[in-house]
Ligand binder design. Structure first.
Ligand SMILES: [Zn+2]
Length: 208
């Protein structure tokens, strides 16, 4: 299955908290990302206290696909299989790609036909990031979530990403990973951001 993904300007939710602009370099190899054709992932973990309207970024980074591949190599085969099964059973990643190919607009509730079902307006990143891909919990109701997007230069590619995944689903995923993989991801977290407070607060560039 091959198609050229739609590109959009990187949404503000994926910007650096510090600069309010796209993240400039790869976390691991430090290569510049913005004025190149290097593809990379952006991940951000957010904790929010909706009653106080406070949002706290736990970590955020960009990782070029070369460094991502190196990290992928260290994820055990058992963990990769477990993840694949989890997403097949629980999330609609493949449906997203199919919808994009058909140029239809994926929505939270296709049955309602809220947009008339014509699908002429193209992918809407807001609607891709307004709820957990697994539990369908709206983002406003998630105490913690992670955002993952696939970018090139100053643009984001609409594939099965971007996505939002809430802490409940992240916990489930972590439980399915092998100890070896969790330790490796924990090591990556510790090396770059310090020890995680919660086991699900691990960088998980495993969705791409
Ligand atoms: Zn890199």
């Amino acid at each position: 299955m091959f198609f050229l993904p739609t590109r959009i300007p990187i949404p503000p939710a994926f910007h650096s908290t510090e600069t309010d602009a796209p993240i400039e370099t790869c976390l691991v190899c430090d290569r510049g990302l913005l004025d190149t054709n290097t593809e990379y992932l952006v991940e951000k973990a957010v904790r929010q206290h909706t009653e106080y309207d406070v949002r706290e970024v736990i970590f955020e980074y960009a990782l070029c696909l070369r460094c991502h591949a190196d990290l992928q190599d260290e994820i055990s085969d058992a963990s990769k299989r477990a993840l694949e099964t989890y997403f097949l059973e629980r999330a609609n990643l493949y449906q997203r790609a199919a919808l994009l190919m058909s140029e239809d607009v994926p929505g939270p509730s296709p049955a309602t036909g809220a947009n008339g079902g014509t699908g002429t307006s193209g992918p809407d990143p807001e609607r891709w990031m307004d709820r957990c891909i697994v539990t369908d919990t709206p983002i406003e109701a998630l105490e913690e979530y992670q955002l993952i997007g696939h970018c090139v230069g100053r643009e984001m590619l609409m594939t099965h990403l971007p996505l939002v995944i809430g802490h409940e689903a992240m916990n489930e995923i972590m439980q399915r990973l092998s100890k070896e993989t969790r330790d490796r991801l924990g090591g990556f977290q510790e090396e770059h951001f310090g020890p995680p407070e919660m086991p699900h607060e691990l960088p998980v560039p495993i969705f791409a």
